[in-house]
Design a protein around this ligand. Structure first.
Ligand SMILES: O=P(O)(O)O[C@@H]1C[C@H](O)[C@@H](CO)O1
Length: 265
């Protein structure tokens, strides 16, 4: 059965694919034209299987612009998903919290994004438009579908997750260096609630070809906003995010958080 839902696992979140039943796994290096994942915490394979009885595909390991790939290359898998018949894309990521009310371990459903890459000219749709996928000038004001967001929020409420579930604006910066304090302050002043290095190009290409999108950020660290702070962003802390959730905070991200995710019937 072909998957109707594709899930992209963020940094340290690849283990989420473990909950699929009847798995069939393809390493990315065996798939023609797929990039290679070079980042710790991104295994680099497609896992096909059933989630709550519905066929879906999980990308365990995504590709990032900072790895040296173009924004078109990092979004190649999205068009493959579209051609496979996928209708819903669930993008997850690890992100730093800019919103002072956010805590490590919070889950943020993405309401909107600000792309420092996109505003700077690095849009994955740049170049000749391929009409097989979508129109030249796609709208992005509805990039994150309200119905999916509401459904996710309702599920979170039913599960008693509301104390650590947020909604907010995800900011993309190119990476791989983390943000300066002034940059974090600027992104927050612009309306950002979380900052990361992925997701937005995938969402743009997904919306271009008409996929419905739900975005989920796991807040793995608080962005440093204060010159007196001794905190320093680092990838080890980001990768520890999921573990920290389970062990220290007792938040049932894995595997129960999947129940939060609305799947098409
Ligand atoms: O793939 P995601 O966006 O989850 O990964 C984040 C951004 C960088 O790749 C890395 C920084 O620690 O984690």
């Amino acid at each position: 059965q072909r998957p109707k839902t594709a899930i992209i696992c963020g940094s340290g979140l690849g283990g989420l694919a473990d909950v699929l039943d009847n798995k069939t796994i393809f390493p990315c290096e065996d798939i023609p034209h797929f990039p290679r994942s070079t980042v710790a915490g991104h295994i680099g394979r497609l896992v096909f299987g059933d989630l709550s009885g519905q066929p879906c595909v999980c990308m365990q390991g995504r590709f990032h612009y900072y790895e040296g790939y173009s924004v078109s290359t990092v979004t190649f898998p999205i068009r493959v998903f579209f051609l496979l018949g996928v209708e819903i894309l669930i993008v997850t990521n690890a992100a730093g919290g800019l919103n002072p009310h956010f805590q490590v371990g919070d889950i943020m459903f993405i309401r909107d994004h600000i792309s420092m890459l996109g505003l700077g000219g690095q849009n994955p749709l740049r170049g000749p438009n391929d009409e097989r996928f979508g129109v030249r000038f796609p709208c992005m004001s509805d990039a994150y579908e309200q119905d999916l967001l509401s459904l996710a929020m309702e599920s979170a409420q039913e599960l008693g997750f509301l104390s650590f579930v947020r909604e907010g604006v995800y900011c993309l910066q190119a990476g791989p260096s983390y943000e300066t304090i002034a940059e974090c302050r600027a992104l927050h002043a612009l309306g950002g609630d979380a900052v990361g290095m992925s997701t937005v190009p995938e969402v743009i290409v997904a919306r271009h070809c008409g996929l419905r999108v739900l975005g989920i950020s796991l807040i793995t660290n608080k962005a440093v906003m204060n010159y007196n702070s001794q905190e320093k962003a680092n990838h080890e802390e980001v990768l520890a995010g999921e573990l920290q959730l389970i062990l220290e905070l007792g938040k049932p991200l894995h595997p129960n958080a999947w129940v939060c995710i609305p799947l098409p019937s």
